[in-house]
Every structure is written in C-alpha cells, then in structure tokens.
Design a protein around this ligand. Structure first.
Ligand code: NI
Length: 224
C-alpha cells in the first residue's frame, strides 16, 4: 500500500523551510548502506546539528498528531526524521533498497515502512520524483510541500534526477506494531469503513461490533 496525506500546516511548513534555508548540509552517502551508497548522490543534514534537532521535533510532533499517519503506520518506533536536498551536481538517488534494520543510537528500528515528506513545492524543481517499484507499474510520487507519502520498506525505490531547482524533503522509517503490509492494509481498510459507516449512520450495534473486530485483529497481530 502506498498512501499520501497532508501532514504539515502552513506555519509548520514555513518554520521547517526557515530551518532548512541555512542548514549545514553534508554528503548523503554517510547514512546509506553499502548497496545504497553506490546509488546515492544527494545532500543530507547531519543529525547532530541544532537545525536537525529542531526539525526532528517539529516533524515528530506533526506525526504524533496525524490520525492518518497513526492509522496507516500503527507505529511502534520511529527512526528520527532525516532531511535531504537534491539539486546541482548532487541530484539523484538511483534504484536501491533500504537496510532492514537501522540504528538510532543504540535503538534498533526495523524498517517496515518508509515515509517521505515533501518540503519544496513541485514547481520549484523539475524531476525529483520518488519512484516506488513493485509488482505492478512503478508509482511516481511528487507532492505539494507539507504532504507525505508512506510506502512499504520492502520496495526498490529511487529519486529521479533533479534537473532544475532544489528538492527538499524529510524521510524516515517506521517500525510498525503490525509487521506485515497485508495486515496493516486490511486494518486500515476496516478502520476507514467503520469511520464511513459511523459518519453516515451514527453509532450503531454494527459499528460497535466492527470496532470490536478491529481491536481484536489488532490485539492478535500487534507487537508493542
Ligand atoms: Ni531509500
């Protein structure tokens, strides 16, 4: 499942862009695995900078208050949000897979889901699409600033060359309470159906029973 949703409001986006404007950018290869490093050609914000810390708390706060993110990702652990920039000579990230386990200090995060939050408007740059490969046709994603895309960490994916302007983005991984993509997808569909039913008809014996089914499935599948 690939899901897009608005994440940052206007003032959060303005603050994120202000912090990114004079941030101390560095070579992005520093955090890539061996295979991914060969394909990676962008810049990234060192995590020990004040800019990165302020941006991380801004993004983490927005994620914790996003019902869409919480329902789709069912997060257990987050790898702290990272920030990257594509443009000029450092403008692309070829096809690669993300490492299954990422270390955040001495915390291990299993990368069940990947998330990208776009921080530049689509008309500020050419190219720079996130392309997610799967069983069907590749999905090409380029979203308005402040919008996020969530996709399975199991996929081969890439960022196409930026040929004009600068692409700014945030990316991070989620270890979900529910490990399998199929199960998370089923839970989200059920959650959406219950919400639709409740909005259309109010609370009823059926919505109460289905809410019970949702939580019983989550109890069966979730690890906390
Ligand atoms: Ni990646």
């Amino acid at each position: 499942m690939l899901l897009t949703f608005p994440l940052l409001d206007e003032s959060q986006l303005r603050e994120a862009r202000r912090l990114l404007h004079d941030a101390p950018w560095a070579d992005g290869k520093a955090t890539a695995g061996t295979q991914a490093a060969l394909a990676k050609n962008n810049e990234q914000l060192p995590t020990d900078s004040d800019h990165a810390r302020s941006l991380q708390s801004l993004l983490t706060g927005a994620l914790e208050r996003s019902p869409r993110f919480l329902a789709a990702a069912l997060p257990c652990k987050l790898y702290p949000p990272q920030f990257n920039r594509y443009g000029g000579e450092r403008n692309a990230y070829g096809p690669h897979v993300d490492n299954a386990i990422r270390f955040a200090g001495n915390v291990r995060v299993r990368t069940d889901l990947s998330c990208t939050v776009f921080l530049a408007e689509p008309d500020e740059y050419d190219g720079g699409e996130l392309v997610v490969h799967g069983a069907g046709p590749a999905q090409r994603v380029k979203l308005p600033a402040g919008h996020a895309v969530l996709y399975p960490g199991t996929t081969v994916h890439e960022v196409t060359p930026v040929t004009r302007g600068t692409r700014l983005a945030c990316f991070f991984w989620v270890q979900s309470m529910v490990r399998g993509n199929e199960r998370r997808t089923l839970l989200l569909e059920l959650d959406d159906t219950i919400t639709g039913l409740r909005n259309a008809q109010g609370e009823s014996a059926a919505t109460i029973a289905l809410t019970g089914t949702y939580h019983n499935l989550l109890r069966m599948w979730a690890d906390t």
